[in-house]
Design a protein around this ligand. Sequence first.
Ligand SMILES: [Zn+2]
Length: 189
Amino acid sequence: MTITVLTIIIAVLVLGAGLFILRAVPSVRAYFNFRGKRLVTCPETHKTTAVTVSASEAALGTFFNEPTLRLNQCSRWPERQDCGQECLQQIEADAENCLVWKIVAKWYEDKKCVFCHKPIGPLSLLDHAPALLGPDFRTTEWREILPEQLPEIFSKYQPVCWNCHVAETFRRLHPEMVVDRPVEAQRVI
Ligand SMILES: [Zn+2]
């Protein structure tokens, strides 16, 4: 093999790797942009529905041309699995703001716990999830609520920090073990 042929092979390989990286970067970005559960308004029922886009398919589509959006989960399935998936237009229009995580984070933003009045703080995957106080005076972690019910729940429930949620749950489950001491008056010398 002459040096010229070897140079051509190396150049082709470098060019191939460069082209691959050029296509792979937006493809990986599409994967991260389209993963996660989202809330949309179902065009059929006009009600909130929780859906998930196939992020791997969107990434593959981006690699070869442009993102191919297709649902791989919907709270109305399996009954309506053969629908036209017209709600995808809402995701195409604003993929970020219909993310459940984003909607929840926005609701808790600047809110204070109804019990201890401390700010809930930004939502984090690493921290304990904050909760909600319902009209029945029970607290529930937001993750335990069906995503499609969240907008309605947010209009009726109040924010609760994780510490107060744990304390209130313990108080509800073991009322016999909780002693509510009256605040002692400070001794004045
Ligand atoms: Zn609290």
